[in-house]
Design a binder for this molecule. Structure first.
Ligand code: DGY
Length: 305
């Protein structure tokens, strides 16, 4: 039996149900816990953290699948120790997530939310020479955390805007990262933070990257630089970021993810120069349908039929 916690976009889960028993039961309900012993595969969302104890209640488990590329909510070591296959969606949401990061970048630097609010308020008095001036991007440096598929896809977008692109990732500094139309240097974290007008996060949340952008490192960012996070909230010290926005040291923050989401540090709501989205990185019909197909075919393969 495949134990899922919610339907997915498209028909992939229904098609899987034609050949396998699929039960859809809300995560952590009594019925879900009661079904664990029979489950051969679990399918969860990125907002549903599985524990080693859950796996302990599921002796027949062959696969743990998540409808996301991120796997920080899964007990990876326990899965490995028990030979349970972990299935996620690498590759499928690369463009959608890079597009959303680009949307945040432009929304922040061209002050789209403020402009829209002004028009809707009925107080717009017409074109003015200094109205809602933003930040031009050509020639500025875009610092990208993470040189994986999404980081490189975002680099192509920043490059197309005329930005210089530089990377930092766990491989350390030195050499260049090829992102298709061009390449950018891999430089030390401190240098990346000091040099970049835009810092965009595209690395997974792991024990190495948790709180990577702590108060000290956020302060190392160039004054007025903007931060884009479409990766995971836990990578940034959010309280420190909010303080630095109020101080004016951070020029803006465009966020799609939050440390305790959907709960939010309420201070985000009144923080200046922010654009706040509800974790929409992969949210296109095409991408979510393709992710569902990828997850279901991974489960089929893991169950051997
Ligand atoms: C994922 O799938 O892990 C992403 O966070 C979607 O935005």
């Amino acid at each position: 039996m495949i134990l899922a916690t919610s339907p997915m976009v498209g028909s992939a889960l229904e098609e899987l149900g034609a050949t396998h028993e699929v039960r859809i039961i809300p995560f952590r309900s009594e019925a879900w816990t009661a079904a664990l012993p029979e489950a051969r595969a679990l399918l969860v969302l990125l907002s549903e953290p599985l524990t080693p104890e859950d796996l302990g209640r599921a002796p027949n488990l062959r696969a743990v699948a998540t409808y996301s590329v991120g796997v920080n909510h899964l007990p990876l070591a326990e899965c490995e120790a028990r030979g349970i296959r972990v299935i996620s969606t690498p590759g499928t949401l690369t463009d959608a997530t890079a597009d959303l990061a680009l949307a945040l970048l432009l929304a922040l630097t061209r002050r789209l939310a403020e402009g829209e609010a002004l028009v809707r308020s009925g107080h717009w008095k017409g074109w003015a020479p200094d109205q809602l001036l933003g930040m031009g991007l050509r020639g500025r440096t875009c610092g990208i955390f993470g040189a994986g598929a999404i980081g490189r896809a975002f680099a192509t977008r920043a490059w197309a805007l005329g930005m210089e692109v530089a990377f930092w990732d766990r491989e350390g500094s030195g050499g260049t990262v090829d992102f298709g139309p061009s390449s950018g240097p891999r430089i030390p974290l401190d240098a990346l933070l000091a040099r970049s007008s835009v810092v965009s996060l595209h690395c997974p949340l792991t024990s190495d990257t948790r709180n990577l952008l702590d108060a000290r490192r956020l302060r190392q960012m160039a004054r007025g630089a903007v931060l884009i996070n479409t990766a995971r909230g836990g990578i940034v010290d959010e309280a420190a970021a909010i303080d630095l926005l109020h101080e004016g040291h951070l020029g803006g923050a465009g966020l799609d993810v939050y440390a305790g989401e959907p709960a939010l540090d309420q201070r985000w709501l009144s923080a200046p120069r922010t654009v706040l989205l509800p974790h929409l990185g992969s949210a296109t019909v095409e991408t979510r349908s393709a992710m569902a197909r990828q997850v279901c075919s991974g489960i089929r393969e893991a169950l051997g039929n």
